[in-house]
Design a protein around this ligand. Sequence first.
Ligand SMILES: Nc1nc2c(ncn2[C@@H]2O[C@H](COP(=O)(O)OP(=O)(O)O)[C@@H](O)[C@H]2O)c(=O)[nH]1
Ligand SMILES: [Mg+2]
Length: 331
Amino acid sequence: MIYERLRTVPTADELLDQAFRRALRPAMSGKGRGTVSIQRSMVQIASDVLSVRLLKTVHDFPNFDELSPFYYELTEIIVGIERLKMSLASVQWAGNKVHSIARDYQRKMKQENSVHIRKQAYARIASIVQEVDENLRFLNDARGKLRKLPEISGVPTIIVAGYPNVGKSSFVRRVTDAKPEIATYPFTTKGIYIGHFSRDKMRYQVVDTPGLLDRPLDSRNAIELQAITALKHVGDLVLLLIDPAEHCGYPLTAQLSLLHEIKQTLAIPVLAVANKCDLADFHGDWEYKISTETGYGVDEVVQRAIEIIDSGSSQEGEHASEDVQGESHYQ
Ligand SMILES: Nc1nc2c(ncn2[C@@H]2O[C@H](COP(=O)(O)OP(=O)(O)O)[C@@H](O)[C@H]2O)c(=O)[nH]1
Ligand SMILES: [Mg+2]
């Protein structure tokens, strides 16, 4: 994942500490060297350490304009791209400024004033670095948040949605091969589950999103809604589970209106699937009915999902038309 390799961003104090400590080395081992040359190399080393670390911090961050739409949107809502760009620009400015200050002061150094000038250089350098301390802290905080973003690979992806207890996790468990990985996702404490399966030598990804696509979208604030709609960039299909027997505790009408909302909001194909058909009070005339408990119908639904994904990727760029969406017929 793009943010995984981000290193800790040091604070101004940490940077200055490290730089000035390193710069003491020539003074300690400076036998036989003149004072001017030692003072010059102190300034040189301190400024090298600082500008290298400041500029490295900047280069660690990706070029935001090249991020995939999924990570771009999440970065925007978690930390804000403008704010990030401004902080990085300030840190870059500091890295360059430290370098040019060091050059200027080294030139001014003479036999009689070198210690004094070196101290002046240190003070100027320290104040530049302190000036961007707030930006460094912001970047470190951003790093902490961005690193936790889920790793969602580019393989075809089915997003599982539906009210709590309709059987989403049971479905993911039944169709995927290994234990799903759990990733954190902004604005939900529950973590999303990412599993995989193979069909005809193709890998597919199944994402269970508890806390995201499991209740009416109109109850969400704008930021939560953005975190939810960002999923459309990774999902090729939403598989929305419905529990007509209402064992989940939510009325069927509410479940159907969630189906409707998700279709409208995400603008990717939605396949509605009625689950728990093994139950006695399962009812209704559904195009796709399954039981994740007994396994009834599950293979057919997975096959259908793959067909929809394949037909979507063969007409890349166009929106899936209404008729490929697996509208369930509930009378
Ligand atoms: N009878 C029956 N129970 C099911 C079925 N699928 C899930 N359940 C049960 O419904 C409850 C909620 O399932 P879960 O997968 O955790 O739902 P989630 O909240 O949507 O992830 C659990 O007690 C499951 O055992 C099914 O096909 N038939
Ligand atoms: Mg679950």
